[in-house]
Design a protein around this ligand. Structure first.
Ligand code: ADP
Ligand code: MG
Length: 530
């Protein structure tokens, strides 16, 4: 094939209806794994597909399956995925591919009421996508019948293995009709996967799309060397980064710690790792996708397979362990022609590891200096100036002129304006008398709104704490009207709540070492950077 005869979806002998659906989805041409896999599946072969995350494996099996599904309303294909999030994602994609053929795809997973799933299954779906445990549950209840299954897909097989699903997978495969096609996809092919394929697949054809070790050129790559990565990260968040970002940490514990460290400094972030229940993962992803939180902190494993759009920055808070995972991580940004930025933190000892990555990936990661304290202030000032300019341009601040007129009796205009800007930049801190010893210096800057103090409470969702619990206990115990309580952010293991400055001391005195919902709590002012 020469360059100017690119193969299009229409050339793969697909149904017109499917080509229409793909066009609607914005797919212009098949990706390499799709180009190779689709014809082999259509010919009736078993396939083992190996390609990196984000290469379009879902449609590689989704398209030929949809093509082969009849409009009989019984289950004709089963897809096993390692997580609920992926089950939903795959079901959505297959649903879109099958839309014009009116093929119905249903995700089933643990955590969702089984009765509801049974009802949906009865409504006549042709493709079921699920986690192995829940699929088995349905198979045992005979709410999923296997007699008419023509396709079995094992998606992200290596991750299934990591999550200990092998027995469940085998149990399902043993019970399927022999007359079926089995398609298995995986980013890597460890030995146990190969032995599964020997046991349960018929003369499988191998499609391996070799990793391009060159990174996407649209990703700008920089690194920062520092001993205090949290402080460095906060400076970047203040000065450089504005957009949607994923921060990678090496361990689950690292993820938790960074979520807390950022939270106490007033940056809203959500963590994603293997210890979260499926419900928690869903909630986090929903929030991130909807843009209600811009910072997602994840481990490599937790972020694997997830397809998230419009990531502007990838931050390697911990340097990745190998070049492959570096490529994987930074490939999360700079998609679809957008420019992406990848920022890597290293401690002085990790310099060698960085060089190894550079060499293996054959790229240059450019050294950069972290913004200084002065840069941070300067940037904040620039922001204030530009915000003021746009308010001035809007020209509708007349309501506030009387305030200024009254102040002008005692001060001149520059003084009034400068004080207002100081208040904008420093918030409550501007109100502190400079040299005076404050009674509670910690209440200075907790990252709360002006007039409020942000408190950290060491219990959260894991203790089934709700917004109502927080409001009630502060209202009752500290006698603060519920309406005066400000923003409440409940995380898994802790909560932030903002209370008015005037009552902060009291809330602290009364609530600290008190109990909420029977849990003894620590309450302290959040520590923001100042
Ligand atoms: P993988 O399973 O290999 O990690 P996905 O199937 O999740 O990859 O696909 C990654 C993204 O690319 C998805 O948003 C998907 O809709 C999109 N995609 C897949 N195939 C194509 C294509 N041929 N053209 C454009 N986008 C595609
Ligand atoms: Mg996938």
């Amino acid at each position: 094939m020469t360059n100017n005869t690119k193969e299009m979806f229409g050339d793969l002998l697909l149904d017109k209806k499917i080509v229409t659906a793909l066009t609607e989805m914005g797919f212009e041409e098949p990706s390499p794994i799709q180009r190779e896999t689709i014809p082999i599946v259509l010919e009736g072969n078993d396939v083992i597909g190996q390609a990196q995350t984000g290469t379009g494996k879902t449609a590689a099996f989704g398209i030929p399956i949809v093509q082969n599904i009849t409009d009989h309303r019984h289950i004709q294909a089963l897809v096993m995925t390692p997580t609920r999030e992926l089950a939903i994602q795959v079901a959505e994609e297959i649903g879109k591919i099958g839309q014009t053929k009116r093929i119905k795809a249903l995700p089933v997973y643990g955590g969702q009421p089984i009765d509801r799933q049974i009802r949906s299954l009865r409504s006549g779906v042709q493709i079921v996508i699920g986690t192995p445990g829940r699929l088995l549950d349905h198979i045992r209840r005979a709410t999923i019948k296997l007699d008419n299954i023509k396709f079995l897909v094992v998606d992200e097989a290596d991750e299934m293995l990591d999550m200990g699903f092998v027995e469940d997978m085998e149990e399902i495969m043993k019970n399927l009709p022999a007359e079926r096609q089995t398609l298995l996809f995986s980013a890597t092919m460890p030995r146990p996967i190969l032995s599964l394929t020997k046991k349960y697949m018929k003369a499988p054809k191998l499609v391996a799309i070799h990793k391009e070790v060159v990174t996407a050129p649209s990703v700008d790559q920089f690194y920062y060397e520092t001993k205090d990565k949290v402080d460095g990260l906060c400076r970047l968040l203040d000065v450089e980064i504005n957009g949607k970002l994923i921060i990678f940490c090496r361990t689950k514990k690292g993820v938790d710690e960074l979520v807390i460290a950022l939270g106490t400094r007033g940056y809203l972030a959500e963590g994603l790792h293997g210890d979260l229940s499926q419900n928690q993962r869903d909630r986090v992803m929903k929030k991130f996708r909807a843009g209600r939180v811009d910072i997602l902190i994840a481990t490599d494993v937790a972020a694997r397979g997830l397809d998230i759009e419009n990531i502007t920055h990838v931050v390697n808070f911990d340097i990745p362990q190998d070049p492959e995972s570096y490529v994987h991580r930074i490939g999360r940004t700079g998609r679809a022609g957008n420019k992406g930025v990848a920022l890597t933190f290293i401690t002085p000892r990790e310099f060698r590891q960085l060089k190894l990555i550079e060499k293996a990936v054959n790229i240059k990661i450019i050294r950069r200096q972290l913004p200084t304290e002065a840069n941070v202030l300067e940037r904040q000032r620039e922001m204030i100036v530009s915000k003021l300019q746009s308010v001035l341009d809007q020209n509708n601040y007349n309501d506030y002129l009387p305030i200024i007129s009254s102040l002008l009796k005692d001060y001149n205009p520059e003084e009034v304006a400068a004080a207002a800007v100081k208040l904008m930049q420093e918030g409550n801190k501007a109100l502190e008398a400079p040299a005076e010893t404050t009674i509670a210096p910690d209440l200075g800057n907790t990252g709360a709104k002006p007039g409020m103090v942000r408190m950290f409470i060491n219990i959260g969702r894991s203790q089934k704490i709700t917004v109502k619990d927080i409001i009630q206990s502060i209202a009752i115990e500290a006698d603060v009207p519920g309406k005066d309580i400000g923003m409440i952010s409940i995380y898994d293991k802790f909560t932030f709540v903002e209370v008015p400055e005037e009552v902060a001391e009291k809330v602290l005195a009364v609530m600290h070492r008190n109990t909420i919902k029977g849990y003894k709590v620590n309450v302290e002012p959040a520590r923001a950077r100042d």
